[in-house]
Design a protein around this ligand. Structure first.
Ligand SMILES: CC(C)(COP(=O)(O)OP(=O)(O)OC[C@H]1O[C@@H](n2cnc3c(N)ncnc32)[C@H](O)[C@@H]1OP(=O)(O)O)[C@@H](O)C(=O)NCCC(=O)NCCS
Length: 151
């Protein structure tokens, strides 16, 4: 089940984000602010009663939909949840009439790059800045119809 995250999820999301995106320095207050920001949506994958993973999307002007973060908790990987979250994110971007989905990924993140490639993303540019000391790639894909991503 994938649902939109709310205020009550911030503590659990903070733990998940700290595992993989510590450099972002996102504490629960900042996460809560992001959840409430117009144009930003966070979706969670629930397994049992826990959040197994999440994805954050952002609708920008000009029809670009950013996938700002996607993460699955370490114990829950390789079960298809990453795929499910990505497909959900693409569906919501399509609902919001985004024509292009874009994301940033570390050059050496082969697991994430495989996921994106399998979903039609391509490496479109090298990001101008390093993040966390690592080279960053820009990946994007044209969004065709929302029906491609129904789940
Ligand atoms: C990237 C990530 C979200 C994938 O989540 P996941 O739930 O493990 O992914 P899935 O189970 O849906 O697998 C998706 C595909 O990736 C492949 N995959 C998963 N882990 C892999 C790995 N370590 N190396 C290579 N391929 C991998 C799977 O085999 C699957 O391919 P398949 O459909 O051919 O079987 C997860 O590894 C993660 O949270 N990483 C840390 C955070 C991160 O790097 N996020 C991306 C930032 S840009």
């Amino acid at each position: 089940m994938i649902e939109e995250a709310s205020e009550t999820d911030c503590e659990e999301l903070e733990r998940l984000i700290a595992q993989e995106f510590a450099y972002k320095g996102l504490d629960r207050q900042k996460i809560s602010m992001r959840i409430q920001t117009p144009g930003i949506m966070v979706f969670k994958k629930i397994v049992g009663k826990k959040i197994a993973g999440f994805v954050e999307i952002e609708i920008t002007e000009g029809g670009i939909g950013m996938i700002n973060a996607i993460s699955v908790s370490r114990k829950m990987r390789n079960k298809g949840y990453g795929k499910e979250l990505l497909r959900h994110a693409l569906g919501r971007l399509a609902d919001n009439e985004c024509k292009t989905a874009r994301l940033l990924v570390k050059k050496n993140n082969s697991a994430a790059k495989k996921l994106y490639q399998d979903h039609g993303f391509w490496h479109s540019a090298v990001h101008t800045k390093k993040i966390d000391g690592e080279e960053i790639e820009v990946w994007e894909k044209e969004i065709t119809t929302e029906h491609d991503y129904l789940n």
